[in-house]
Design a binder for this molecule. Structure first.
Ligand SMILES: [Zn+2]
Length: 115
């Protein structure tokens, strides 16, 4: 079941309903397939205030192989982000370790960092 605009009054009605519950316009198969932009609207219908288009996904029919390929592609697409995050974290940890080792002092600090 999906909500589709009525071809006549443009109110949202169920696609399973035989007719519009507001204006009794029959909602046939052609009206379900074609958007109601082809049907004339009675009265002073607003031209620009159509409102947000709503999409209802009821079935997601995909084969197992295509689903696996989708996940593989998503994993491959995440590799550059992982590399960037690794570089950023390495820089942060290097800076923190440098500051910590320098603040420990000559007794506990690294010999390389002693003045
Ligand atoms: Zn209607």
């Amino acid at each position: 079941m999906a909500l589709i605009p009525c071809p006549r009054c443009r109110k949202e009605v169920s696609s399973d309903a035989p007719d519009c519950i507001y204006c009794r316009t029959p909602i046939n198969a052609a009206a379900r397939v074609l958007a109601p932009t082809f049907a004339p609207s009675p009265g002073p219908a607003p031209l620009l205030s159509v409102g947000p288009q709503r999409v209802t996904v009821t079935d997601f029919d995909v084969s197992f192989g295509n689903l696996v390929m989708l996940f593989v592609k998503a994993a491959l697409a995440a590799i550059p982000a992982l590399i960037i995050l690794t570089v950023i974290w390495a820089a942060i940890l290097f800076t923190l370790s440098f500051l910590v080792l320098r603040s420990i002092g000559p007794l506990g600090g690294s010999p390389l960092l002693r003045p």
